[in-house]
Design a protein around this ligand. Structure first.
Ligand SMILES: Nc1nc2c(ncn2[C@@H]2O[C@H](COP(=O)(O)OP(=O)(O)OP(=O)(O)O)[C@@H](O)[C@H]2O)c(=O)[nH]1
Ligand SMILES: [Mg+2]
Length: 401
């Protein structure tokens, strides 16, 4: 059985943007949601899923163990963390400050839930929809995330200074020790030092703008952010979404209605409708009350217009576009695509696209990595050497000593 640790995704944004609604919609956890700022104080953690269309289980009868299959579509678990709202100046202690972001240390990517309808100001207070410019949230929130990284960097900076200037350790190495718990790599640190013009600058000479630049660069490389342009179900949401999309043409900006997704998932769990996350439609199978029928009709119109509620698209975009991960199906019996006990495609692994066949073996089990001889791409029958990269959707048999 594969025991690879799951991808963790942090949900961030200002208060009242819909973070907990998004979280509840993807994890079905019952959490506090309300139209007042700072509803969430302690973080919510839960498991949601990334949708994998065209997985082999659309044709095979799978016996999944570490993922699920609904109507031929695969869903792999992802951990989500919903934290308190950030306001401008959080890094200086405004609102609830930024210390709570420490819960996101392990997350390799973030979802920024933005109130695209402009119905809340920068502190999350309700305002007339359309009267607040959602682009301001993108600017301030990303700065707050950078400043959080800077605050971690600055903790015990004297030690960095001593190690680099007196013990002559390399700055990249010292910073790696300091930042490794954030999932930051040496390559990312070197790149940020280089681009910030800081590779040669003694740590004792770093000024606020050096810290700021470094924080900004390391955020870009280590905590990529997808933007969920939320509340597009409100009439003002569409314009806000279009504005964000045109301001940030090279970013992932995805229109969402977390509220509608939550309603659909709740209706599905009550047996009122047939629906799975990411679907473009749903089917009424139960007996909704007239009130429920009105809501469902409204959501059906929304889906016709937007194609989906967007939440599943955000998760897919994070895993496959932002993080560029790939899906691998390890099997032991290549004829039956099964494990030793005949379970068909029991496991699904989501790994970085830079992973080699041997890295996958290590991800399955350290011992398997150590005993790795070669791998077989089951669909093509081609043999892969240890250093061969894996491709998305590959079914892999590992040959070991
Ligand atoms: N119209 C609409 N309202 C939404 C949507 N998502 C959330 N809301 C509403 O926005 C309000 C705030 O939602 P929450 O999920 O509590 O927001 P939050 O970002 O977690 O807020 P804090 O915990 O205070 O930081 C609630 O009234 C939600 O019902 C959406 O997609 N559309
Ligand atoms: Mg909340």
């Amino acid at each position: 059985m594969v025991t690879q640790s799951r991808i963790q995704v942090g949900i961030v944004g200002k208060p009242n943007a819909g973070k907990s609604t998004f979280f509840a919609a993807v994890t079905l956890r019952d959490v506090k949601i309300s139209p007042t700022p700072f509803t969430t104080i302690d973080p919510n953690m839960g498991v949601g899923y990334v949708r994998i269309d065209n997985c082999p289980c659309s044709q095979e009868r799978c016996n999944p163990r570490n993922y699920i299959v609904i109507e031929g579509v695969c869903f792999a678990p992802v951990d989500f963390i919903d934290v308190a709202g950030l306001v401008p100046g959080a890094w200086q202690g405004r609102g609830l400050g930024n210390q709570f972001l420490d819960h996101l240390r392990r997350a390799p990517a973030l979802i920024h839930v933005v109130d695209a309808a402009g119905s809340t100001d920068e502190e999350g207070r309700l305002v007339k929809p359309g009267s607040y410019d959602p682009a301001r949230d993108v600017e301030f929130l990303e700065r707050e995330i950078s400043m959080w990284l800077v605050s971690i960097l600055k903790r015990d900076w004297d030690r960095v200074t001593r190690l680099v200037e007196f013990s002559k350790r390399e700055i990249a190495e010292v910073l790696l020790d300091k930042l490794a718990g954030l999932g930051i790599t040496r390559g990312q640190i070197e790149r940020a030092l280089d681009e910030g013009g800081l590779s040669k600058k003694p740590p004792s000479k770093w000024n606020d703008s050096d810290f700021g630049n470094f924080g900004e660069l390391i955020r870009l490389y280590s905590k990529p952010i997808a933007i969920a342009a939320n509340k597009v179900d409100l009439p003002e949401g569409e314009e806000g979404y279009r504005k964000l999309k045109s301001l940030y043409p090279n970013r992932l900006v995805i229109p969402t209605s977390a509220e509608f997704e939550l309603a659909l998932r709740k209706a599905a769990s009550k047996g009122l409708i047939r629906y799975k996350p990411g679907d473009a439609t749903f089917e009424v199978v139960g007996d909704p009350t007239p009130q429920q029928k009105i809501v469902l009709d409204k959501i059906a119109d929304f889906l016709k217009k937007w194609g989906s509620t967007g939440t599943a698209d955000v998760i897919k975009a994070i895993v496959f576009d932002l993080l560029k991960y790939v899906v691998v199906y390890p099997v032991e019996d290549e004829k039956r695509l099964a494990d030793r006990d005949g379970n068909v495609l029991p496991d699904l692994l989501i790994v970085p696209h830079t992973y080699t066949a041997r890295d996958v073996a290590y991800a399955i089990h350290t011992e398997l990595g150590e005993r790795f001889v070669a791998a077989i791409d089951v669909k093509t029958g081609k043999k892969l050497s240890a250093d061969a990269p894996v491709t998305n959707g590959i079914i892999l048999k590992i040959l070991a000593r």
